[in-house]
Every structure is written in structure tokens, then in C-alpha cells.
Ligand binder design. Structure first.
Ligand code: PLP
Length: 386
């Protein structure tokens, strides 16, 4: 049994999440849990070797991903399909540059991970958006809108599977239909599956590559960074079955210099993937309990907030539009006056300023503290008529 009530003290280690002194951080997608002890041991062991020169990507790194995805997600990757990158975001930006042209349209299903916008816009491509529709239970694609935007000069779709921030697990049927439409219209699918393993007990995500027809037209990004909280080690693997796409992407990653890892990332990730099943299962159970706590807390204390519960992610997507349509203002207000920081919804898509995202990958004590701050903060926000 691992102890998820124990959180690491990150106030003095230049943590992005904890950078605001005295503020309880429930924003950026980063966990507070103590790192799995076996990973810490692997890093110490590597450190004790005392040699920190340039490092090749070892075969055992790829093999750990292959075994893990086969064991947990029932899909087989060939080692030749895999390429290391120093992170999912560096890979996405590089792929956008290599596989699309300046001026191309790249489709996002919104709300979605804010940095996708940067990878597109910073490289002089334009964003096409299809908004997911909430049916009162879950988010779904508006297929008519999706197809209309695909047909209209789009060359790439960035799929987030499972979807950040709404936590949607795409169904097999949905993935098959997305693949069919993209194939018919020569659209490459870039499937970011970094959140694959943060899934409530009893549920599974479905890898895009379990759809046979996706193999010819897709690039999948996977990592141990999100589910084991190793993002600061900066690593990911791309899985690209199609040889032509793979060769191009490989060239792009190398010319962008994002294809070589540091000395710790390989052993840390390999250990996580090879030995981390129990830690992951327990972490997911703990996060699930935090989600249940949140749900009950809102039902009892803050009925005007609507939690769009989902079976994936340690992030909760909350509709605050009955309180305000300016979540940017609300989040800043709560940070400045009540010492708690949530993510505003606007950064995930222009129509979502009536939402906030709450990070629940922390101790239950912190969740309780954060929600109490939210409760009194919202009361005051309304009293102040902001
Ligand atoms: C969907 C998604 N992709 C990528 C990342 C970041 O990946 P990396 O740290 O490997 O660049 C995040 C981080 O929150 C994310 O939510």
C-alpha cells in the first residue's frame, strides 16, 4: 500500500505548480503525491554511477512502453514504430512544423488542452475548432460540425485521448468514425494519449492504435510523465506505424533537437512502467475518492456549480456559469483573496469562460481545504457583486 495522503514538499524546489507563495495550487496538471519509491531508487542508482554524459535511448525504454501498453491497454506496438522525444509538447510543435504547411488549418475539439493552440499559432498555422456538446451526462462530438470543419482545408486533427480538460474517454465507435472521416479527407491524426492511465477504477481508455485503420494516418504520443508525475524529467515516446510519416517526423524531431533524453529519464520511466501497476491502481482509487468528495461537497454546499463528472483525469471540469461567465476574474479573485488557485476555463477555448478546472491530484486534506476556500470565496464574490 502506498500513502497518497503524504505529499511532497515542493515549496522550495522551483515547482511551477507551487510558485505562488502561500497559495494552495489546484491548477496546472501536476500531482502532489510522493513519487513512487521504486522510481526514486532508480534515479538514485543512476546517480550513483557518477557519469552524466550524452546518452542514447536504450531498447529497454521502448520495451517497457510496449509491455505496459500490451498489459494494460491490449494493444501491441512494434519497437520500430517508436521514437523518443523530450516531451509531448515539444513533439507536437515539431510535428506541426514538419507535417503541415504555414497557413494550414489544424482542428481541435474544444474545450481542449491550451498548449495545443500555442503549438499551432506559434507556427503560423490556424486553429479550426469544433466544440464538444454536453448532453447533461457527457461531452460528445457534433458530427455535422466536425465533418464540415474537416472538409474545409484542414490537414491535421489533434485528438486528446482521454480529453483534457473534460475527461472524456473516446469510445471505440467514436474513434472509428473519426478515423474514417479523417482518412477520407487526407487528414493526419495526432493523438495525444498522455492522460491514458489516469482512469477511474473499472474503466479503460481506448488507444487510437487499437483501430486498425488508424495505423496509416496517425501519430500517437504517450508518456509515463502524467500518470507517474515525472513531467520534470521531460520524456515521451511517439508511436508511428506508417513508415513515411515516421521518417518525416523523425527528421523533424532531430532538426528541432528534441529527440535526445537526459540521463535520468530512461531509467525512471522504465521503472515506472515495469513496476508501477499497483501504484497506478491505488493512485486512481485515491483520485476517484477525491472526485466523490468533490461531488458530494458541491451537491451539499454549492448547488449552483455543476460538476461534469468524467471517468478520466485527475482534473475536474466545473460549470460556474450560474455564478459568473468570467472564470478568469473568478480564479484571480480566489487566488488574490482566498489563497487558492484553479485554472480558468477560457484558456481551453473561447466559449468556456463559464468553467473552471480543479486539480484533484493532491491529498484529501488539501482538497477539503481548497473546496472550503472555494465555498467562502464564491459567497464573497457574489456579495461583492463581481
Ligand atoms: C493533453 C496534454 N498533453 C501534453 C501535456 C504536457 O506534456 P509534456 O510535459 O510531455 O510536454 C499536458 C500537460 O498537462 C497535457 O495535459
Amino acid at each position: 500500500m502506498y500513502n497518497f495522503d503524504k505529499i511532497a514538499d515542493r515549496t522550495n524546489v522551483n515547482s511551477v505548480k507551487w510558485e505562488y507563495e502561500g497559495i494552495l495550487p489546484m491548477w496546472v496538471a501536476d500531482m502532489d503525491f510522493d513519487t513512487m519509491p521504486e522510481i526514486k531508487e532508480a534515479i538514485k542508482k543512476r546517480c550513483d554511477m557518477g557519469a552524466f554524459g550524452y546518452t542514447n535511448t536504450p531498447d529497454y525504454f521502448y520495451e517497457a512502453f510496449i509491455d505496459f501498453w500490451k498489459r494494460r491497454h491490449h494493444v501491441e506496438f512494434n519497437k520500430d514504430w517508436m521514437i523518443f522525444s523530450t516531451g509531448v509538447v515539444p513533439a507536437i510543435s515539431s510535428i506541426v512544423r514538419k507535417m503541415t504547411n504555414v497557413g494550414d488549418r489544424i482542428l481541435l475539439m474544444t474545450p481542449t488542452y491550451n498548449i495545443f493552440y500555442n503549438s499551432i499559432l506559434n507556427n503560423y498555422r490556424s486553429v479550426a475548432e469544433t466544440e464538444l456538446v454536453y448532453d447533461g451526462k457527457e461531452y460528445k462530438l457534433d458530427w455535422k460540425d466536425f465533418e464540415a470543419r474537416i472538409i474545409n482545408q484542414t490537414t491535421m486533427l489533434i485528438l486528446c485521448n482521454p480529453q483534457n480538460p473534460v475527461g472524456k474517454i473516446w469510445t471505440r465507435g467514436e474513434l472509428e468514425r473519426i478515423v474514417r472521416i479523417c482518412k477520407e479527407n487526407n487528414v493526419i491524426i495526432l493523438s495525444d494519449e498522455i492522460h491514458a492511465d489516469i482512469v477511474s477504477p473499472g474503466h479503460e481508455y481506448i488507444p487510437l492504435l487499437s483501430i486498425e485503420d488508424a495505423k496509416d494516418i496517425s501519430i500517437t504520443t504517450i508518456s509515463a510523465s502524467k500518470c507517474f508525475n515525472l513531467a520534470g524529467l521531460q520524456g515521451a515516446s511517439l508511436v508511428i506505424p506508417n513508415e513515411d510519416i515516421r521518417k518525416k517526423v523523425n527528421r523533424g524531431l532531430n532538426t528541432d533537437e528534441v529527440a535526445e533524453g537526459n540521463v535520468f529519464v530512461y531509467d525512471a520511466f522504465t521503472t515506472a512502467l515495469n513496476l508501477g501497476d499497483n501504484w497506478l491502481n491505488e493512485m486512481n482509487r485515491y483520485v476517484y475518492e477525491n472526485k466523490r468528495y468533490l461531488k458530494t461537497f458541491l451537491m451539499v454546499n454549492l448547488k449552483e456549480l455543476d460538476y461534469h463528472y468524467a471517468d478520466s483525469l485527475y482534473l475536474a471540469w466545473i460549470d460556474v456559469s450560474k455564478v459568473t461567465n468570467d472564470s478568469v476574474k473568478l480564479c484571480n479573485y480566489l487566488k488574490d483573496n482566498f489563497n487558492v488557485y484553479f485554472s480558468n476555463g477560457k484558456q481551453y477555448g473561447k466559449s468556456f469562460n463559464g468553467f473552471i478546472r480543479i486539480n484533484l491530484a493532491t491529498s484529501l486534506d488539501n482538497v477539503k481545504e481548497g473546496l472550503n476556500k472555494l465555498l467562502i470565496g464564491i459567497k464573497k464574490f457574489k456579495e461583492d457583486n463581481l
